[in-house]
Design a binder for this molecule. Sequence first.
Ligand code: BG6
Length: 460
Amino acid sequence: MNDCTIVLLGASGDLAKRKIIPALYRLIERGILKKFLLIGAALDSISSDQMLQQAEEFIGDINNVVWEKLQKSSFYLTFNFTNAADYTALQQQTHEYEKQHGMSGNRIIYVAAASQFFCEITRYLAASGLAQRLDTKEKIWHRLVYEKPFGHDLPSAQEINRCIEKSFFEQQIYRIDHFLSKELVSNIALLRFTNIFFEPLWNNRYIDNVQIFLNEKIGIEGRGAYYDQYGALADVMQNHMLEMLALIAMESPATLLGDDVRTARAELLAQVNFADGILGQYEGYQAEHAVSPDSKTETFAAVVLTVNNKRWQGVPFYLETGKKLAEKQTGIYITFKEVDCLLTKQCPSQPNSLTIQIAPKQFFSLQVNAKKVGSFAAVEPVQMEFCHNNIALLAYETLLEAIYKADQSVAVRFDEIEYSWKIIDAIKSADLPLYRYKPESHGPQELKTFTRMHKIREQK
Ligand code: BG6
């Protein structure tokens, strides 16, 4: 496989230490990244050792041989991404390191920065030659990675995209969403389309409702400056949650590969409408570091969406997310319609359901009704469960490996982003009520009335 230089902009930040550097470590450990350089760049004056040390606690057990390999190939430069001269210096230095280490010049430029800087950063990257416009016929490749959220609404996303497309080819651009690289999420389409019994039932005749949760125990973890400008809707619903919804509800793609799946997801997102919702903010949020004391930013959102096509007419899609809740729960719950009861007594107590749980445990499970052991005709729900006990891969590891191998299926196409911003913009313009909730609760008290009104069965 090719050698590769990873230029990490934002290398002293939260994402770099928690996710990106640990993922690189794992790729080295697995022998995927053999010949590489990591060039970190950020505003802080730290050394490359300090950059790596910050990530140590997120790696877990460290193998000294792998660590040394990472250390020997890592460099760090203090860098201000609003300063043109710094890009020229970074380009010269990168080129120098590449020459010294006999690298061919393949590069992944990872932009771990807030999206309001994407356009400016991209222009400087192009002008300095740090990233070049290269098509697939060229001997070397340069790929650019942009973190989510891509923009903060539809117009800003469109502006950023126009700006990036001026300098680079689409096949060089990776607008990423790490949820698409989670094992259970990338399994959704396979589960749906490789099992004969799901597709005939996958419609409004047999499915009663779909619920998608991304609930977290953690708060904003020192990310106030970012979070207060975005909130739950833009932070996770516009991307992770709507991508999960798209995978659950899309029509069958021509193949289960890259662009076919992206087309099916985009077509589905174009048909999603907002029906109703409520927002929440945890008590104490306004006192968090870098959060405005009268902030109205939502840290909790529950919405009902509908999909305007024949398959899903009348089926509510309930999406719920929040910070500082009682428990971490990320998953998709599909509830089927109840069957007519043919027994004289003790009908099935619960409808069939399919659970795809992403966190804290990773499994999928089908709930069916069975005879209670030892009874004559009593029915009880039982779970047919497949548990992913041994998933060792981190989402960011899968993601970086795919980028390295030029697999764009882990990235989101711009039309998907446009449709999902349209949905979020519609939710925001509905001026939903914002309720307070206690940390470690299940969200605002008003949620109960809301879910009852929309006949959403409790999953907690
Ligand atoms: C990120 C959000 O994209 O996803 C965070 O910015 C959130 O606020 C995180 O905590 C959740 O992802 P995971 O993989 O930790 O469940």
